[in-house]
Write a protein that binds this ligand. Structure first.
Ligand code: PGA
Length: 246
């Protein structure tokens, strides 16, 4: 394993006061192989950047358009201009509540890549699909359509929808097996030599992080709820750091 990635997804949470409080508690032991980023809501990107200069900056979404008459949209170029290294693309909440299709997600991936912002492509199955044993088919289909025209410069986050915000986590074996399948699929889609990091997301917390980071195919975590609390996020970063030193 070369690097581990830890990305906090704050979703629609945060305020200037909350960022101030978070930064007062924040500390990270500098491990050059652990990359830590936080994705706050758009209006707080710069506030967070100033408050937490040792964290990288991620956005939660981007437009397919570079600029123009698209009220409410934020382009990947604007994110690059603000210093964002990463942007989440195709999060299940965008797919579910904003009707994002695989085609749109493929366009967002391309927009991010051409702006020089690394997309974090989120994939994952619903509980019914897992119950029917169709989880691999669902994720494979999501990868194939999103990556049809993609460059290798991206991260993948496997987030089983049934594990997001529910307190249910995939077992380390479930995560590892899916990541192994994703790795195989990426090799056929993007070429055998690539080393796209594959993060796990879905109710990651300070208690289960060690076991997840220990999985050979898990290259990091996308953390929602548990990233809002600085002490918990620090504990998860510590788990990642410990894992890198084993
Ligand atoms: P959760 O969210 O950690 O709160 O389950 C993860 C995500 O949606 O990225």
């Amino acid at each position: 394993m070369t690097n581990l990635y830890l990305i906090g997804n704050w979703k629609q949470h945060g305020s200037r006061a909350a960022i101030q409080a978070f930064s007062e508690q924040w500390s990270s032991d500098a491990n050059s192989r652990l990359r830590i980023a936080i994705a706050p809501p758009f209006p707080y990107l710069q506030v967070l950047d100033k408050a937490l200069p040792d964290c990288e900056l991620a956005a939660q979404d981007c437009s397919i358009h570079a600029q123009g008459a698209h009220t409410g949209e934020v382009s990947a170029d604007m994110l690059a201009d603000l210093g964002c290294q990463f942007v989440l693309v195709g999060h299940s909440e965008r797919r579910q509540y904003h009707d994002e299709t695989d085609e749109l997600i493929a366009e967002k991936l391309a927009a991010a890549q051409s702006a020089g912002v690394t997309p974090v492509l989120c994939v994952g199955e619903q509980l019914t699909a897992r119950g029917a044993g169709e989880q691999y088919d669902v994720v494979r289909a999501q990868l194939r359509s999103a990556l049809a025209k993609s460059q290798p410069n991206l991260l993948i986050a496997y987030e089983p929808v049934w594990a997001i915000g529910t307190g249910l986590t995939a077992t380390p074996d479930q995560a590892n097996d899916m990541h192994a399948m994703i790795r195989q699929e990426l090799e056929s889609l993007l070429g055998a030599s690539h080393s796209t990091p594959i993060l796990y997301g879905g109710s990651v917390n300070a208690e289960n992080a060690d076991a997840l980071f220990a999985c050979p195919h898990v290259d990091g975590a996308l953390v929602g709820g548990a990233s809002l609390d600085a002490a918990t996020f620090i504990a998860i970063a510590q788990s990642a750091s410990n894992n890198l030193s084993h």
